[in-house]
Design a protein around this ligand. Structure first.
Ligand SMILES: *Cc1c(COP(=O)(O)O)cnc(C)c1O
Length: 374
């Protein structure tokens, strides 16, 4: 059997930077700067510059970044937050934890992102925030979303956990809404070696409040002006991120190049490849195709040592965690339709064109095969 092609291969990237990463970790240990060490503020400054935002606040995870943002916005119980139903569940969990009501909106079938045309119908007198995920690394339609927000006096919160460095009409994601959450979960486009996250914002007052909220509400040692959490970016993780950050732009370009190659070589097959919008810099966290024979294709590839994935198999409104909203199948038809047809193929900067050739050959074989054409 051929060598396995994993869905992501974190080892290859580590080996390409091993001496620098090992030295960075060792330096933190040697200086015992385990908590709030100099690597943390160095990373926050560098990441703010990368995101072209004024402020960056490191957090313990992407989920926690979202939670801190919604807490800082001081939503009241009963306030409504519009959330894309086609996202990772964190985008919904964060407003839920501050007592807000989550109001789901379906996605656009071409981009997989929240459909701006459906947002307005979901707005009520209680709506306060539109949460937007830049899913798979593709910026959402921010022109349309920002004009709806402006018209109705709503805040926008961005979830760029999958979209480090993505742009919409030249502008980096994270510069549209009041604040933006990032995750550095190991498999993300910028990943550390454990949990990590960050918030970016251009709002000085919010930035100050978020700094307090993530660290015990502490202005000075043992002086607590508000009730805060303990959710900070770990120094060892920040040290690793400092080594990786200078490579992210080049890694994104490589992801885009590989995605274009997939699109080109998959042409003519009975499946849908992702559209590449010229107004958007798509950073391809996930390369997702749409096929009616998804489950069989996934298995067919697995039998050939090629590992795909599904992002995500159950839309959030059908998760038990949200049963109190009493949604049923049929409420968000596009997301439901996609959930049984989407298939994420291996894509990471270290993937070789020859490996894509092997994946595409296998997919072609599948469609030629009787199991594929029945
Ligand atoms: C990964 C992810 C999160 C959660 O990030 P963690 O760091 O794992 O907590 C939130 N939102 C989206 C869209 C994600 O992909």
């Amino acid at each position: 059997m051929d060598e396995p092609i994993q869905f992501v291969d974190l080892k290859k990237q580590y080996l390409s930077l091993k001496p620098e990463i090992d030295a960075a970790i060792q330096r933190v240990i040697d200086t015992t700067a385990f908590i709030n060490g100099p690597d943390v503020s160095a990373f926050e400054n560098a990441f703010a510059r990368f995101c072209e935002t004024k402020y960056c606040i490191g957090t313990g995870s992407g989920q926690s970044a979202l939670e801190l943002i919604f807490e800082a916005l001081e939503l009241q119980k009963g306030d409504e937050v519009i959330v894309p139903v086609n996202s990772y569940i964190s985008t919904a969990l964060a407003p839920s934890f501050v007592g807000a009501k989550v109001v789901f909106v379906d996605c656009d079938p071409a981009s997989f992102n929240i459909d701006p045309k459906k947002i307005e119908k979901a707005i009520t007198r209680k709506t306060k925030v539109i949460a937007v995920t830049h899913l798979y690394g593709q910026a959402a339609q921010m022109d349309a979303i920002m004009s709806i927000a402006k018209k109705h006096g709503l805040l926008v919160v961005e979830d760029a956990a999958q979209a480090h460095g993505a742009r919409f009409k030249g502008k980096r994601v994270g510069n549209f809404g009041i604040a933006c959450a990032y995750s550095f979960y190991p498999g993300k486009n910028l990943g550390c070696y454990g949990d990590g996250g960050a918030i970016t914002t251009n709002n000085a007052v919010l930035a100050k409040k978020l700094r307090l909220l993530r660290y015990f509400g502490q202005t000075k040692k043992y002086i607590h002006t508000i009730k805060g959490h303990n959710s900070k970016l770990d120094t060892i993780q920040a040290a690793i991120l400092n080594v990786k950050l200078p490579h992210v732009e080049q890694w994104s370009d490589r992801r885009l190049e590989l995605a274009r190659y997939y699109n080109e070589t998959l042409k003519g097959l009975p499946l849908k490849t992702p559209a590449i919008d010229p107004n958007i810099k798509h950073v391809f966290h996930v390369y997702c195709i749409v096929t009616d024979k998804r489950d069989r294709l996934l298995q067919f590839l697995k039998d050939r040592n090629i590992f795909g994935n599904i992002h995500y198999p159950i839309p959030i409104h059908l998760q038990k965690a949200y049963r109190e909203l009493k949604h049923k199948r049929g409420d968000f038809p596009i997301a439901e339709h996609l959930a049984s047809r989407i298939l994420s193929l291996p894509l990471y900067p270290e993937l070789a064109f020859e490996e894509i050739d092997r994946i595409v050959e296998a997919i072609k074989e599948f469609y030629k095969d009787s199991r594929g054409s029945e």
